[in-house]
Design a protein around this ligand. Structure first.
Ligand code: ZN
Length: 177
């Protein structure tokens, strides 16, 4: 099932972004449900991990306003050690209560082999390239693996963690759990 991102839909004060996205999918009114103290707390309550792809404009796609989310981006939208570091700070020092991971179709990370790129880089620079580039061959499986890492990481809180695939061809968002 897919939805069209609707940046023009004003969020209810107590609706989380994921609720809003799911509400559009289900065709229900967003923001229906108990308002928790966490939801009323000032500051962003959402952290987003997303691919750095230039076609994925996270704020626009999710309809986020300034101040509404921490957005952590890297090649692939991966829960790397550095993304975990940012999530630890986001949750523990800044109080976010929910995580969205967004990957997308036609991702560059689906198109290369780690070894080949590292070998070329080593040949060109003469350096020992011991940095894994972390490409992947299956978008859904990769996203599920990132969700699993965030959901089970010992340093992260047990908050809702959701996955979305952004379809660059259509502009639609597709939930992946
Ligand atoms: Zn990408």
């Amino acid at each position: 099932m897919a939805i069209t991102a609707r940046p023009d839909v004003a969020p209810s004060a107590f609706a989380t972004t994921y609720d809003r996205v799911m509400a559009e999918i289900a065709g229900r009114e967003p923001g229906v449900g108990p308002a928790t103290a966490a939801a009323r707390a000032p500051g962003p309550r959402l952290a987003v991990v997303a691919c750095m792809d230039a076609r994925l404009t996270v704020e626009e796609v999710l309809g986020l306003s300034r101040g509404e989310a921490h957005i952590i981006r890297n090649a692939g939208g991966l829960a790397t050690d550095d993304a975990i570091r940012s999530l630890v700070i986001s949750q523990n020092l800044l109080g976010t209560q929910e995580v969205l991971v967004i990957e997308h179709t036609d991702c560059g990370m689906l198109t290369f082999a780690d070894e080949a790129v590292r070998r070329n880089l080593a040949a060109r620079t003469g350096a020992n390239v011991d940095l894994p580039l972390l490409p992947f061959s299956n978008l859904e499986k990769n996203l599920v693996a990132q969700l699993g890492r965030i959901r089970t990481h010992p340093w992260l809180k047990r908050v809702p963690v959701h996955g979305l695939i952004y379809e660059v061809e259509t502009g639609n968002l597709r939930p992946v759990e």
